[in-house]
Design a protein around this ligand. Sequence first.
Ligand code: PXG
Length: 289
Amino acid sequence: MKIYIDGEFHEKEHAKVSVFDHGLLYGDGVFEGIRFYNGRVFRLEEHIDRLYDSARAICLDIPLDKPALIATTIETIRRNELRDGYVRLVVTRGDGDLGLNPALCPKATIIIIAAKITLYPADNYENGLMVVTCATRRIPHGALSPMVKSLNYLNNVLAKIEAANAGAGEGLMLNEQGYVAECTGDNIFLVKRGRLFTPPIASGALAGVTRGVVFEMAAEAGIPISEPDVTRYDLFTADECFLTGTAAELIPVVTLDRRTIGDGRPGPITRRLMTRFHELTQTTGTVID
Ligand code: PXG
């Protein structure tokens, strides 16, 4: 395994950063998770754009420009001789001292890891996932923008623990007002009477790249899609429900808080979008070699 850190490639056992890196000390940094399929990186530029937006929002200068970071990401995948997998980009505030002042960190650290990905079990795609509502709320805009894909994932981690303790595959996170925001690492959609709905970004949902692909697929298929405030009532009474994310792709949800959604089976619109998504991942994206 060849891991990129600040201009050099290291074997896994030598790929290390300082204990004074503010990514470790304060969760001060941003990241992206990107998939590549069949020798092509899926939606690479959208992920890179989101990474630079996340960095801008936390006053972090990424010491490479976008074309250079794109080239380095592709080079990392190439050096690992992978055609299908997952690439993680991490940009931390860099090496500093024990104070939280980021001005004492002269240069951001860039880390790129390309790896194979462990997926949700196939059964979840065929028969659907169980989701439970978590007591842990999504971070409010006034504390840290939920738009920023930052290294502060502790509230999502705690929500994930709640979901796992309840025996569920994912946890639903509400915002401070009690509206549905998203899951711990995925966006959420519902289908009602042939229409698609997903919470607005203002709800606290991350502007997921996969979420954006669903909007494109819905337009292409002539399925109406909108972003109203969503409540648990809307999910309990939905015909279909699914999650979207780079890791999960599109995955059907069949129960929320152990209550059956629709007929308890992955629905026809969900299945149709899953099929189209797989076509897109296999045939589009930035070619690796
Ligand atoms: N919400 C949150 C909070 C996320 O972290 C998504 C939604 C979906 O966004 P994308 O752009 O991926 O469609 C995410 C993304 C992991 C992992 O290792 C998590 C994500 C992406 C890749 C890997 O758990 N989260």
